[in-house]
Structure formats: structure tokens, C-alpha cells
Design a protein around this ligand. Structure first.
Ligand SMILES: Nc1ncnc2c1ncn2[C@@H]1O[C@H](COP(=O)(O)OP(=O)(O)OP(=O)(O)O)[C@@H](O)[C@H]1O
Ligand SMILES: [Zn+2]
Ligand SMILES: [Zn+2]
Length: 804
């Protein structure tokens, strides 16, 4: 038999190993191994996880150096050939390690986990007492057990003395959940034989007789007890006589918490019809076309998605439906499940590792044809995709902020070209880049200018909070908003109160010296949490008790600016003691399924006011909501981010869109300290295009996307001088190696200049066309990985940074 060699990408993220390594496949596995399987291979002193990305019959590695695969982890590949290709593309597109690109496509249950295992090398007698206790009767123990007992120094000594050995063992997570079932024999002879054997046992004979009428069936033992009235002991005896046997069946953990009723396709409006026809037409042509579906809030984009997916299913193909963060949009999942029932898998961060793995396997095994999920669902292991949809395509959650720094939109388009199927990008407020591409004809623009039932868009008023202050109103509510709430309470209509948390945090301030309590590790103020009376850093997790005196001047005049949702809730109760308020924020939605519960109860009319942050801005569709109040429109306007105005406009438009979606008219009141800002003025008229024109003009003037591309290089170090120095080196190096048509801004300090005790600097690269960019950045990274990293520098490169 000829030599079989596997090309393996190993799970070791350093520059020197970012290439496939050759390993010999032992003959007993030659027929089993396939591309896309996970394997365990020796690498240096230990075994590591790896992915087989190629198989061949020869190698340049001399035979005395060639190592063998230690273990095969999958009989069936976990990565398809498409995914292996996609990983190569991602590696180049986002400049990441191939291993990172491969790992991101798998549920975390299948990613590498190592366990340190301690094995006895000598007789037990050689061990000191403390260690004996840990091993007990076993030959092996876990490193963690020593760690917990505070015995690491002892362990170290034992290793040095070669009394024990330490090993890294790849732990294969992702246990399949199984359940015990009874399989009745499908052979009448087995039944006859069992019957003979049970000659004198009447009950057993009855059960065997019953089984002879259910040949070949697989049943839960409970079911058999119920149907026949027999006890487990009788069943056991019958099984011993060969009439049936126990089998283990895989079961899927069910992430759905409640039943849904089925819905049928709606009669489309003319606008919806035109859009759907364009999409299905392109399915028939089998072109990988990208559509931008720009439809005002409530225009019925979701119904178009549903009917387009129906068509995909009719053709025996599969569909991926992405939503920004699914745990925030339970209504969306419900709409998909009520149309497609068991055909739908869900994937989002609210699921447990086991549930995610189960959903992933349903997709991989072809048990479902639709996945509704957050960003990572774009890697769903379907093999016959007919449509990919990104709802709310402008949302920043579609961009991953760690390596691989991919945007789900780009992956969607890549996969659509692979399968020759359309992509739909849907939004009421498309990202500027997307709309610009649609205008240039790169995407096909589909517009829905009317709401589905021809309801008018809500009327928007701006309340000028500066005037309120002059009038002596110091509350968080303008008079206008207070009046509007009162009317709704009288009419028993529902309201949404939205607190814009972006760029806003509650903090603790000393009224004597003005000190704001800061995180000791990060250059950012600590956030005040009223429920626990603690101050927390949202970046590094540091927390401390709320101080009673100022840490700077010892004054007792400390003031808590807890103007978060809790404070708003208190104010509402002060103004309207009779109001029933549901608060939806990080504190009230900690437990699983909390979003669904709150929204369901609100939908049933159990509260008058739904109060919340970003998580209530999108997707809500309740007929009784007639008022939306935005308490603080400005907080997201003044962030150091070129997209601040765009994000504010999008948020205001989205949240306004929650009002008056059905028969009742909607009204929106936006409170602002800068009502003359164009993002707020244009959100008032709720027209996307004027905003687009205005913002494009400003972007062009200051050379920002979509006119220019930007890439961000960030450098950090614990020592500020080191960080500054290497940032300077990076900037110089880029200057020398890139063309003079590129603008390099920096090094400057990052907007959060210190994070987790590391000082952060950055260089921004602005360019239009720069064919050399990727190779140059790759060389810079190579330099960093080979040398700079040893100095404690951390460097990241992001080709599509979402904040700058
Ligand atoms: N053709 C139709 N006939 C009747 N009702 C429709 C039709 N299309 C959509 N609707 C209803 O109109 C409402 C708004 O539709 P949908 O939620 O799909 O809008 P959307 O465009 O996704 O809005 P948003 O961007 O604000 O989330 C829903 O209650 C939906 O059931
Ligand atoms: Zn002070
Ligand atoms: Zn911190």
C-alpha cells in the first residue's frame, strides 16, 4: 500500500506554524480519514488538535522526521471542502491564522480544549501523603486538583524528580446526549424463540405477544410500560430472551421554550411582490446576486424573507437567516418557527454549549433546512444553500472584533458566489457603505417605501431639553413627554421608553473636587450598579464597593449618577404611581429566556410601559404601542467615532419605527440637548435618503468610508514608552512600504488609551486603491510575530474596524 500523507493545520497560533504540516496516516485509518476531519498529532513535546486540509501520497519530509497521526477524532469530517476553501479566503481577507479561520466555523463544543493530566510514574509508596490523597485509587489525576489543593510547588518537585509525569491531553468536548430506547426485534423467529423460553411466565408471554404486533419498532421503555401495563422487570426478562434489545438513540436538546402556532403566507402588497419577484427571479437564474432591501420600518421585510425561504425549501435547498443578536429578537425566531416549524434551527449566544452543538448537528446531518441565528450562523454547515439573508444589515454586531475579524456580510457574499444563490441585505437604515454600493449598481436595490398596511409612519416631535431646563424642569422627562404618557395611560395604550446607553454610563462623582472614580486598570470611569451597590469596569471586570468618601479629597459629598434604566423607572413611578413598567436591561434579562418572558407578558398587556436600552430598539411588533419616547438622543452623537451620526440616526429611526405599526397611529418624542444636529433633525422626518446625502458629503470632505477604506493597526504594551515606541516603528514602516497615495494617521493614542493595564496606540491607514496593502500588512505582522511579541508588544490589524 502506498504512503498516505495528511496535510494538517495545527492548533498552535504563532507565526512560525501558520502553514500545513505533513503527517503519515497509519494504515488502519487510511480508509477512514478525510479532508475536514479533526486529528490529534504530535507537535513538539505534546499532542495538539489539528485539521486535515489535504491528503496526498508523497512528502518532502524525510522519512526519519515524518511523524504519524496519533488519533482520529472524527469518522465523518466536521468541515466541508467549501469550508476549507473559505478558511483560506478568510485568512487572506482578514489577515488571520488559518487555524483561527477553521475554528470559527465550528461550534465551541468541537474546538480544542486541553486538560493537564498527571500520571504516576513510580509505585504509590513513593508519593508523599498529600499527593496520595489526591490520586486516591487512581493512577491519574487532574492538574486542577493539585491547583485547588494549593499543591503546585509539590507537584513541580514531583515532576522534577520524575515521580509523576504531566501531559496535555486534548479533551474532546461536545458530548452527544443519548437516551435509552427499546428496539423490538424485526424477526419473527426471535419472537418465537423468546416465546418458547418464557413457557411458564404468563406476563412475559403477554408482552412478547404484544411485541409480535410491533415488530421492528423503537420505543421509549416508559411507552411500553404504559401501553402494556408491564413492569420494568418483565421487560428486562423479555429482552434477555432476545425479543427486543436496548439501543442508545441520539437526542437533541431543545432550545425552544414554548410552542408556536402555525402561520400561512400573507397576500403580498404590490411593493413586496415586486421585491420578491426580483429575488426569486435571481434564484432561477442561479446568479450570486446581492440585493439591498431598503424598506421603511413596518414595511413587511420579514414577510418577504419568509416567502423567499419558502421557495428555497420547495426546491429542496437551504437558507441562512441572520439577525443581529437573536436573544434580543425572540419575536423573529417565533415568526420563523411558526412558518417552518421543525425545519428551523437556531444559533445564538443565549444557548448553552450543548444546545449549540445540537443545533449545529441538526444542520450538519440535514435534519433542518433553515437556520435563524446571530453572526456565527453564517458558517452553518449546509451544503446546498439557496439563499442567505442579513436582517438589519447595518448592525455592528455582524462584525467580529477578535480574530478572525470578519464581517458576516462579506462571508455571506462569498458563500453566495460559491452556491450561485442570492443574498438579501435588509434594513430600514442601511449602512452607508451598502447604500452607496446599491447606488453604484454593485448591489441591486429593492425599495419598500410604504408600511405593509399603508399605515402612516409615526409623527416625530423633538423636545428641546435646554428649554426645559430654562423653564425650571430638572427632571429627565420633558413636559411634552409627560403629557403624552398621561394620555396613553388614560387610553390604555402601550408605550416604549428608550434610554440610549451608547456612550453613556452611570458613574460616581465627588461634588467637591469633581473626581470621577476610575478603573485602576483601564483609562475609563467605573460604572455604578445600584442593585449591588458596586462600581464595575465594563472592559476588564474590575469591581469595588461604592465609596462613602471621595478617594481623592476625602469629602463625603459623593453623588451617584445612576441615570440608568433603574433611575428612569423610579422617576416614572414618582410621576405616575399607577403605571405598570417592565424594565428590560442587562440586569433584568440575566436568566435564560428572560427576553421572551418580558416581551410575551408585554404583548399580553401586562404592562403599560416597556423601558429599556438598545435591546428594545429593534424587531418589536406590537399593535398596541402608540408612543415611543427617546429619553436621551444625544449620548451616542459625541463619541469619537466617524460613524457616530450614522449610528444615532439609525437608532432613532429604528426605535421610532416601533410605534403605530398596526391600526392605531403612532407618536414619537425624542428628547435632545442638540436638536439642531442633522442626525436628529433628519431622524425627525424619517427619510433615509436626505440623511444619506448629507452624511456622504461629510464623509467625502473628511476622506472617510465609503469614499476611502480604512485599516487600523493597534499596538499595546504595559509600559507606555514601549507602546509609543513600537507604534512609531509601525507607522514609519508603513510609511516606507506603502505608496504615497495612502494617508497614515498616527501613531495616536486609542480612544480608550489604557485597557487592562495596557497602554494603547494606533495608526489609521486611509486608502482608495492600494494593491500592496495586504502583503505589506502581512509582512508587518510577520515582523511582530517573530520579534516584537517577545518584547511584550501586542499588535492587531483590522481591515474593517467598526470603531476608530
Ligand atoms: N402583505 C402583508 N399583509 C398584511 N400584513 C403584513 C403584510 N406584510 C407584513 N405585514 C405585517 O406588517 C407588520 C410589519 O411587518 P414586518 O415586521 O415584517 O416589517 P419590517 O419591515 O421587518 O419592519 P422593521 O424593520 O421595523 O422590523 C407585521 O405585523 C406583519 O405581520
Ligand atoms: Zn473629592
Ligand atoms: Zn477596567
Amino acid at each position: 500500500m502506498s504512503l498516505l500523507i495528511a496535510e494538517v493545520i495545527v492548533d498552535v497560533s504563532t507565526y512560525h506554524v501558520d502553514r500545513p504540516f505533513d503527517y503519515e496516516v497509519p494504515t488502519q485509518w487510511a480508509n477512514i480519514i478525510e479532508m475536514g476531519c479533526r486529528v490529534k498529532v504530535p507537535f513538539g513535546p505534546r499532542n495538539v488538535l489539528g485539521f486535515v486540509i489535504g491528503l496526498k501520497n508523497e512528502t518532502d519530509v524525510p522519512s526519519n522526521k515524518l511523524k504519524s497521526i496519533a488519533q482520529i477524532l472524527d469518522i465523518e469530517p466536521v468541515l466541508t471542502e467549501e469550508m476549507l476553501l473559505m478558511a483560506k479566503w478568510l485568512k487572506n481577507e482578514t489577515i488571520c491564522y488559518e487555524i483561527d479561520a477553521l475554528q470559527v466555523m465550528l461550534p465551541s463544543a468541537l474546538r480544542a480544549k486541553y486538560e493537564k493530566i498527571i500520571t504516576m510514574q513510580e509505585e504509590k509508596e513513593a508519593l508523599p501523603e498529600d499527593a496520595k490523597v489526591i490520586f486516591g485509587k487512581r493512577q491519574q489525576a487532574n492538574f486542577k486538583e493539585f491547583e485547588r489543593a494549593g499543591l503546585l510547588p509539590l507537584l513541580k518537585q514531583l515532576i522534577t524528580d520524575k515521580i509523576v509525569r504531566i501531559e496535555n491531553v486534548v479533551k474532546q468536548q461536545g458530548n452527544v446526549k443519548e437516551i435509552r430506547m427499546v428496539k423490538i426485534s424485526d424477526d419473527q423467529q426471535d419472537i418465537d424463540k423468546a416465546m418458547e423460553g418464557a413457557a411458564r411466565a404468563a406476563k412475559q408471554r403477554l408482552l412478547i405477544e404484544w411485541m409480535s404486533r410491533h415488530l421492528g419498532e423503537v420505543l421509549l421503555p416508559q411507552k411500553i410500560y404504559e401501553e402494556t401495563g408491564m413492569s420494568p422487570a418483565v421487560l428486562q426478562s423479555v429482552i434477555e430472551k432476545g425479543a427486543a434489545h436496548f439501543i442508545q438513540e441520539e437526542v437533541y436538546r431543545d432550545p425552544f421554550t414554548k410552542e408556536v402556532s402555525r402561520t400561512q403566507s400573507l397576500q403580498l402588497t404590490d411593493e413586496q411582490h415586486v421585491a420578491l419577484k426580483a429575488i426569486t427571479g435571481s434564484m432561477e437564474e442561479q446568479t450570486g446576486k446581492t440585493f439591498l432591501l431598503h424598506g421603511v420600518t413596518g414595511s413587511g421585510k420579514t414577510e418577504i424573507y419568509l416567502q423567499a425561504i419558502q421557495k428555497v425549501l420547495d426546491e429542496g435547498k437551504e437558507a441562512i437567516m441572520l439577525v443581529p443578536e437573536i436573544s434580543l429578537t425572540p419575536q423573529m425566531t417565533e415568526r420563523f418557527r411558526s412558518r417552518f416549524g421543525e425545519m428551523v434551527a437556531v444559533m445564538h449566544s443565549g444557548l448553552s454549549v450543548g444546545e449549540k452543538y445540537d443545533e449545529w448537528r441538526k444542520i450538519q446531518q440535514g435534519k433542518v433546512s433553515v437556520v435563524v441565528g446571530a453572526r456565527s450562523a453564517i458558517f452553518a454547515p449546509f451544503t446546498n444553500i439557496g439563499l442567505i439573508i442579513l436582517d438589519e444589515e447595518h448592525e455592528s454586531t455582524y462584525k467580529q472584533e477578535d480574530s478572525p475579524r470578519y464581517h458576516a456580510r462579506d462571508v455571506a457574499i462569498w458563500r453566495s458566489e460559491f452556491y450561485n444563490c442570492p443574498v438579501i441585505l435588509g434594513s430600514a437604515t442601511p449602512a452607508l457603505e451598502s447604500f452607496a454600493r446599491a447606488k453604484k449598481g454593485v448591489y441591486s436595490l429593492l425599495s419598500l417605501k410604504q408600511r405593509a398596511l399603508h399605515q402612516p409612519l409615526p409623527t416625530v416631535f423633538i423636545a428641546d431639553m435646554r428649554e426645559e431646563l430654562q423653564k425650571g424642569n430638572r427632571s429627565m422627562f420633558s413636559e411634552q413627554l409627560i403629557d403624552a404618557i398621561r394620555i396613553r395611560l388614560e387610553k390604555k395604550e402601550q408605550m416604549v421608553m428608550f434610554l440610549n446607553r451608547r456612550g453613556y454610563s452611570s458613574f460616581v462623582l465627588c461634588r467637591d473636587c469633581g473626581t470621577v472614580v476610575q478603573c485602576p486598570n483601564c483609562d475609563i470611569s467605573l460604572t455604578y450598579h445600584r442593585t449591588t451597590e458596586k462600581l464595575k469596569c465594563h472592559y476588564c471586570g474590575y469591581e469595588e464597593r461604592v465609596p462613602q468618601i471621595c478617594p481623592q479629597c476625602q469629602s463625603e459629598h459623593i453623588r451617584y449618577f445612576g441615570t440608568g434604566t433603574q433611575k428612569v423607572e423610579e422617576e416614572i413611578y414618582k410621576l405616575f404611581p399607577e403605571a405598570r413598567v417592565f424594565r428590560m436591561d442587562v440586569d433584568t434579562t440575566k436568566h435564560k429566556g428572560a427576553h421572551e418572558e418580558i416581551l410575551q407578558a408585554f404583548g399580553e398587556g401586562q404592562a403599560d410601559i416597556l423601558l429599556g436600552t438598545q435591546m428594545i430598539a429593534k424587531g418589536l411588533d406590537f399593535p398596541n404601542i402608540t408612543l415611543v419616547g427617546v429619553l436621551s438622543a444625544d449620548t451616542s452623537l459625541h463619541l469619537p467615532d466617524y460613524r457616530a451620526a450614522e449610528r444615532t440616526f439609525q437608532l432613532l429611526t429604528q426605535v421610532s419605527g416601533r410605534a403605530g405599526r398596526h391600526e392605531k397611529l403612532g407618536e414619537v418624542i425624542i428628547q435632545s440637548y442638540t436638536p439642531e444636529h442633522y442626525a436628529i433633525e433628519l431622524a425627525k422626518i424619517q427619510d433615509y435618503e436626505p440623511f444619506y446625502e448629507r452624511e456622504m458629503f461629510l464623509r467625502r470632505r473628511s476622506s472617510y468610508p465609503p469614499y476611502y477604506y480604512v485599516a487600523l493597526v493597534q499596538i499595546s504594551h504595559e509600559d507606555v514608552m514601549m507602546a509609543a515606541e513600537y507604534a512609531g516603528r509601525a507607522a514609519d514602516w508603513l510609511m516606507e512600504n506603502l505608496s504615497n497615495k495612502v494617508a497614515i494617521i498616527g501613531p495616536t493614542t486609542a480612544s480608550i488609551s489604557r485597557l487592562q493595564n495596557r497602554y494603547r496606540y494606533q495608526c489609521l491607514i486611509k486608502y482608495k486603491i492600494e494593491p500592496n496593502l495586504i502583503p505589506v500588512l502581512q509582512r508587518l505582522l510577520a515582523m511582530y510575530r517573530a520579534e516584537w511579541i517577545k518584547q511584550g508588544i501586542l499588535m492587531t490589524v483590522d481591515l474593517d474596524p467598526s470603531t476608530i
